[in-house]
Design a binder for this molecule. Structure first.
Ligand code: RET
Length: 263
């Protein structure tokens, strides 16, 4: 990525966004680990996977933050490049690990149909193709290159969204009423957060100037990551709690030895 001169306001917006993401990922990790006891054993793996996702992202945002701070220096009231590149690859490596895990998370908590393994494999392959083909466009400052790789990457992207939308939709019929509302919201949250990535990617070709494009792209990706990982994970926790209740499982009953339980 080219590093245009930024105003202190622009530099700080991105800097504070990274800082917020670190806090959100760290807090998400604690919440998911601590919530494990609140859900039936069948849903605990989904919460563990949510915790893995935010742990991976926590680490990557620390590195992104550090790379951003090293890439700029304040000179004469403006932020200018130090000559050290900003490392875009952290995001892509992060997605490579976290996107397949997010798919696993959703499938696990809903206990989507038999043969979910095949579906996870197909979705994960599509996710890897989406990310690997997006990267050459991301690091190119040439508009045509960006558009070509972006278009190729959009094909697996649409496939994933289509499959998830349809499968989550199908599962609605088999979920208890309270869970149904949550799954519907999960679907919308998924669409809203995943939809931000290609838009942020297009910022440099959507007529923003150099500085505006960097701000739109970095804040867009950061915001989308906070929604797609910790917030999505929190929805997974709430769904798991409701499903545990619907299965007749209670955290208190589980803590009392069966022989002394009044129930
Ligand atoms: C790219 C390249 C341009 C086209 C498209 C893209 C989509 C990226 C997405 C990333 C999702 C990441 C998530 C991370 C959470 O952990 C690669 C920017 C469509 C959808 C959900």
């Amino acid at each position: 990525m080219d590093l245009p001169v930024l105003t202190p306001g622009q530099f700080d917006l991105i800097y504070n966004g990274f800082s917020l993401a670190i806090a959100a990922m760290g807090a998400g990790f604690l919440y998911f680990i601590l919530s494990r006891g609140q859900v039936a054993p069948a849903y605990r793996t989904a919460l563990t996977v949510s915790a893995l996702v935010v742990a991976i992202a926590f680490y990557h945002y620390l590195r992104i933050f550090e790379s951003w701070a090293a890439a700029y220096v304040l000179e004469g009231g403006a932020y200018v490049s130090t000559g050290k590149p900003f490392n875009d690859a952290y995001r892509y490596v992060d997605w490579l690990l976290t996107v397949p895990l997010l798919l696993v998370e959703a499938v696990l908590v809903l206990r989507l149909k038999q043969g979910a393994g095949g579906m996870i494999a197909r979705l994960s392959i599509a996710a890897i193709l989406m990310i690997v083909t997006g990267y050459p466009g991301e690091v190119s400052s040439d508009t045509a290159t960006r558009l070509i790789w972006g278009t190729i990457s959009t094909i697996p992207f649409l496939y994933i969204l289509y499959v998830l939308w349809v499968e989550l939709g199908k599962s609605l019929a088999t979920q208890p009423a309270k869970v149904r509302v949550l799954v519907r919201n999960l679907r919308l949250l998924l669409l809203a957060s995943w939809g931000v990535y290609p838009i942020a990617y297009l910022a440099p070709v959507l007529g923003f100037d150099g500085a505006g494009a960097v701000v739109a792209l970095q804040t867009g990706y950061t915001l989308a990551d906070v929604i797609a990982k910790p917030l999505f994970g929190a929805m997974i926790v709430w769904i798991a709690i409701e499903k545990s209740r619907a299965d007749g499982w209670s955290p208190n009953a589980a803590a009392v030895p069966a022989s002394t339980s009044k129930a």
